[in-house]
Design a protein around this ligand. Structure first.
Ligand code: SF4
Length: 245
């Protein structure tokens, strides 16, 4: 599969919902949870609903934003849009009707390319038959370790134009992960003060599996105290492969 440069694109985040709850080890150091706490303290209107203190936190209660959902209709120039950097669209507390509205807006704006990422793969698979799947929607699941590989099985049943895996923060080897039906793999280590180290062997094995299966591979970072602390070079080069959407 060929690749293309990201340079031609403007990148944007779009958060029609905010808030979430931790559900697996990949969530342990959720940056959105920490950021929501700060945004609430600063008085940001979108972050005033508190979540369950056991799994969420101040300002991180699941909230839908009717005033945000139509924003892409006003963006004329093509953008790559990361959907819900501050939430999980398929969280059980986001009504199915609202998920459908988000997808309708994506379908109505084919000039943009949307990347939607979830850890709630079962709900994704259940709602998928009732959603439009235009070519500009790339659908992904987070896979931080083999213990959540069932998310990939669910994703394979979703009729998205591009199905992708976000293996970040990579917390263990993904040996033997079935990549059939997958069009893109992103990998990365964790960053932040409590970052858990990534083993270079895990990254190289995943890259090799992608090459064998002809799946574009994108390596974001080694991680560390900051995202740039250890760079993003693997075996002497950067890996910026992208699917052709
Ligand atoms: S699913 Fe994503 S947004 Fe939700 S708690 Fe986990 S890392 Fe944070």
């Amino acid at each position: 599969m060929s690749s293309r440069s990201r340079i031609e694109w403007t990148e944007t985040t779009w958060n029609p919902t905010t808030g979430c709850d931790r559900i697996s080890a990949g969530c342990d150091n959720c940056y959105a949870l920490a950021l929501a706490r700060r945004l609430k303290a600063m008085g940001s209107a979108k972050y005033q609903t508190d979540g369950d203190p056991r799994t969420s936190g101040p300002g991180f209660g699941v909230t839908v934003h009717d005033d945000v959902v139509t924003a892409p209709l006003r963006w004329r120039a093509p953008r790559v849009v990361f959907v819900n950097s501050m939430s999980d669209l398929f969280h059980a507390r986001v009504p199915a009707e609202f998920v459908a509205r988000v997808f309708e807006v994506m379908a109505a704006t084919p000039q943009h390319t949307y990347q939607v990422l979830t850890k709630r793969a079962t709900r994704l698979r259940r709602l998928a038959p009732d959603l439009p799947w235009p070519a500009n929607v790339w659908m992904g699941v987070s896979v931080e370790g083999l213990d959540v590989a069932d998310r990939v099985e669910e994703l394979r049943r979703v009729p998205a134009a591009v199905r992708f895996l976000s293996c970040e923060p990579l917390l263990g080897p993904l040996d033997g992960l079935d990549l059939s039906g997958i069009g893109w793999v992103i990998a990365g280590g964790e960053s932040g003060p409590a970052a858990r180290p990534v083993d270079p062997v895990w990254v190289a094995q995943l890259r090799d599996a992608c090459q064998t299966e002809d799946v574009p591979f994108f390596f974001k970072q080694w991680g560390g105290r900051t995202p740039k602390a250890r760079g993003r070079v693997l075996d002497g080069r950067t890996w910026d492969e992208m699917p052709v959407g």
